[in-house]
Design a protein around this ligand. Structure first.
Ligand SMILES: [Fe+2]
Ligand SMILES: [Fe+2]
Length: 169
């Protein structure tokens, strides 16, 4: 169908298949962010103990940031003529972020967070590559989000180092 969007880059008819590829990755990213929201609410609530406090506060702050990421991914899906999926399409993947057996097991939570952030970073790097030249607007957005995730991972790597230094991880 001719829509007269020929000169509009990623929004053009000629770019339809590239757009679909990008939208597919954006949907994956959208769900990953929402799963992170679930698990960060969970893990900012469950842990017990004096040392858990810092971790809980950091995760509580991240919840809002990850929700903001999900909203950005949703908006971009729509801008690229995609349809933002509903919950029945959702498949949970963050096995390492499930609550530990003992709620004082902070190391379990820290490792789960590092794993989730690493997987987000990998997916967003794939998005950066896929959008290269084809869709600089999505690429810009993803690069900014990628930086947030690198910051999250770095923070939790720091937490893990402390436990490793004491032989607790
Ligand atoms: Fe995020
Ligand atoms: Fe994150």
């Amino acid at each position: 169908m001719e829509t007269g969007r020929g000169a509009e880059g990623i929004l053009s008819d000629e770019m339809a298949s590239k757009r679909e590829e990008i939208v597919g990755l954006l949907k994956q990213a959208y769900f990953a962010e929402l799963e992170t929201v679930i698990n960060y609410v969970t893990n900012s609530t469950n842990p017990d103990g004096v040392r858990a406090q810092e971790i809980k506060e950091a995760l509580e702050e991240d919840v809002q940031e990850e929700l903001g990421h999900a909203q950005q991914f949703a908006a971009r899906i729509k801008e690229l003529y995609g349809v933002v999926p509903g919950s029945t399409d959702f498949k949970a993947e963050q096995t390492l972020l499930q609550p530990p057996e003992h709620q004082t097991d902070v190391v379990h939570v820290i490792k789960g967070v590092i794993d989730a952030e690493t997987k987000a970073i990998e997916l967003y790097q794939q998005l950066v590559e896929t959008t290269e030249e084809a869709d600089p607007v999505t690429q810009d957005m993803v690069i900014a989000i990628l930086r947030d995730e690198q910051g999250h991972r770095r923070l939790f790597e720091g937490f893990l180092r402390e436990y490793e230094a004491e032989g607790l991880a």
